[in-house]
Write a protein that binds this ligand. Structure first.
Ligand code: 5AD
Ligand code: SF4
Length: 472
């Protein structure tokens, strides 16, 4: 078999396994009890999936997991860099640990993820957060047991930011997932698109696709374990496989997963409109287990802004994609992301975004205020939009989208929906939360033993954010 340079070699796996064993013995000897591990996660689903791998390594090292950071013997912050706000929150949390360490001097504090991959942030942590023990980037995730061992053996604070943008893919670690029935399944890491506002390609490196047989194998295992709702993850799932020779493209991967036996749902995120093809929508329409639901970030309704964002599509192409999808699948739910206040965005540009929203009528929308990210082309663009202007635009889009979301949800009232019950409701008047095929949140009454089951539900009322129903 040809050697795959993107996947950990057997030697690398064996070495980390050795560190895992050493750390397990170390903690048992030192503490005479099971050590506690905690991972605090910021940011996107990709980070959540990485956290599941870190937790998997912790469990292999003999840790029990806790959600209470101050109780942990090893505390990891898995951070995000996408907007300044995410960084401020992470650094605020890291700052708290100086108090935890007073109560538990043996605690080890680690930071990983996108935020520390930026040299200026790593420098800041080094200088101003002396109680942080280990800092490593997303590419070095697999070396976590090794870093822990080094620090436990008395090494100085560790800052390992190899910046090896190829990043190795971990196929050997068993992630600790959230409760059934929903699971993340990473299919690709990194991004090649270099949207001019976005830091992701710089911190996560070039796109690396997992081998289709590894992905399908993992999906099979998830189904055998009782998972029923699998979300395939990648920064741009539509370019999946372009780095693998002779590999299947994304629609083919969907078809292979759809062919697995069992009553389950598969979804995916995120789709870049420039790579979303008719074949993708044809496949969604033809595959009964692929949910008729897509997150298709448009970012702006102004072609001038889209060009400056380096998105490589225009609003006409975007709208024609949506039209095609809805013609094939009238019930499809479409959600999106918008950035307001991109440098140089004029009132006229903004009005074009408003017009696009009115035209497309998304089921829901994530609106973000543009955040200047060091090292990206947009950082240096003149005409940065003043904060108060951004806020006014943000508020206006929220108001508009709230109305649209409410109207869209109202259309479900009186219909029957097949939902998958996925957890406990956060609404005190209901016991269960569930999702429709289109990922609409539904609150229901019923017994917790039904979590993980499908149910047929009559939708009785709606709000902007959710539907409320009754099992029939
Ligand atoms: N500022 C604001 N929003 C951003 N996003 C990415 N980079 C930035 C930034 N610098 C948004 C985009 C993307 C989503 C995940 O985050 O809308 O689709
Ligand atoms: Fe960032 Fe664009 Fe890549 Fe998405 S596609 S991660 S917005 S560079």
């Amino acid at each position: 078999m040809q050697k795959d340079n993107r996947v950990l070699s057997p030697e690398q796996v064996a070495l980390q396994q050795d560190y895992i064993e050493k750390n397990r013995v170390f903690y048992l000897d030192r503490l005479k009890r099971q050590p506690l591990g905690c991972v605090v996660t910021f940011g996107c689903q990709q980070n959540e999936a990485d956290t599941e791998l870190i937790k998997g390594m912790m469990v292999d090292m003999g840790f029990a997991l806790t959600e209470t950071p101050e109780k942990a013997d090893v505390l990891v912050f898995n951070t995000c860099a996408i907007r300044e706000h995410a960084e401020m929150r992470a650094l605020g949390n890291v700052g708290e640990t100086s108090h935890y360490k007073k109560a538990n001097p043996n605690m080890l504090v680690c930071i990983c993820g996108c935020m520390v991959q930026q040299q200026h942030v790593a420098d800041k942590v080094k200088a101003s957060y002396p109680y942080v023990d280990i800092v490593f980037d997303t590419h070095a995730l697999w070396r976590f047991p090794e870093f822990l061992h080094e620090r436990l053996s008395g090494s100085r604070r560790i800052f390992d930011l190899s910046g090896d943008e190829r990043g190795l893919i971990l196929e050997n670690i068993k992630p600790v997932r959230k409760e059934r029935p929903s699971a993340w399944l990473s299919i690709a890491y990194g991004c090649n698109n270099f949207c001019s506002y976005c830091v992701v390609p710089y911190v996560r490196g070039r796109e690396r696709s997992r081998r289709p047989e590894d992905i399908v194998g993992e999906a099979e295992r998830l189904l055998a374990q009782g998972y029923r709702d699998i979300t395939l993850l990648g920064q741009n799932v539509n370019s999946y496989g372009s780095d693998l020779e002779g590999c299947c493209a994304f629609p083919e991967l969907l078809r292979r997963i759809n062919a697995l036996p069992g009553d389950f749902r598969v979804r995916f995120m995120t789709s870049h409109p420039k790579d979303a093809t008719h074949e993708l929508f044809d496949t969604m329409a033809a595959c009964e287990k692929v949910c008729r639901s897509i997150h298709l970030p448009v970012q702006s309704g102004s072609d001038r802004v889209l060009k400056r964002m380096n998105r490589r599509y225009d609003s006409e192409k975007y709208i024609s994609l949506v039209d095609y999808a809805r013609k094939l699948m009238p019930e499809i739910t479409i959600t999106s992301d918008i950035i307001v206040g991109f440098p140089g965005e004029t009132e006229e540009d903004f009005e074009q975004t408003v017009a696009l929203l009115e035209k497309v009528r998304f089921d829901s929308l994530f609106t973000f205020i543009y955040s200047r990210r060091k090292g990206t082309p947009a950082y240096d663009m003149p005409e940065q939009v003043p904060r108060d202007v951004k806020q006014v635009r943000f508020d206006r889009l929220m108001e508009l989208q709230n109305r649209i979301s409410w109207e869209k949800n109202e259309k479900y009232v009186g219909t029957m929906q097949r939902v998958l019950i996925d957890g406990i409701s956060e609404d005190k008047n209901y016991e269960l939360s569930a999702r429709t095929e289109g990922f609409k949140l539904v609150h229901l009454r019923g017994d917790r033993s039904m979590i993980g089951e499908y149910a047929d539900v009559l939708i009785e009322r709606n709000s902007t954010w959710a539907l409320f129903g009754r099992m029939v």
